[in-house]
Design a protein around this ligand. Structure first.
Ligand SMILES: [Cu+2]
Length: 114
């Protein structure tokens, strides 16, 4: 009888903790936009490859690469580190760097706008 009661309160506690965790993760899963300059694109097909590479990074919500301006607009979870985006682009055979050169040093750690 008592054991059953303890099991029941444990179950309720567990559900409560889980619910709290879900609410908190939702609150922390904010988005930010990372403007990047993409180098090494040589034709109209290249942006698609860069987009595919960016979208392969977990936490990337969307990636739009513009061939003419050689820029990318990447919307990501707050958990995504810019270095992950850079290395994904690099693996695809291109280079990515923070969009604004003058802000590059400050942006090196996080060029993304929250
Ligand atoms: Cu190309």
């Amino acid at each position: 009888m008592t054991k059953r009661l303890i099991n029941r309160s444990l179950a309720i506690l567990l559900v409560g903790v889980l619910a709290l965790a879900i609410v908190q993760s939702a609150a922390f899963a904010g988005e930010k936009t990372c403007p990047l300059r993409i180098k090494g694109m040589h034709c109209e097909m290249c942006p698609g490859q860069v987009e595919t590479a960016l979208k392969s990074v977990p936490g990337v919500k969307s990636a739009k690469v513009d061939y003419k301006s050689a820029t990318a607009k990447v919307v990501v979870d707050n958990s995504v580190k810019p270095a992950q985006l850079m290395s994904a682009v690099q693996k695809a055979g291109f280079q990515a760097e923070p969009l604004k050169p003058e802000a590059a040093s400050a942006a090196a750690s996080d060029p993304c706008r929250h």
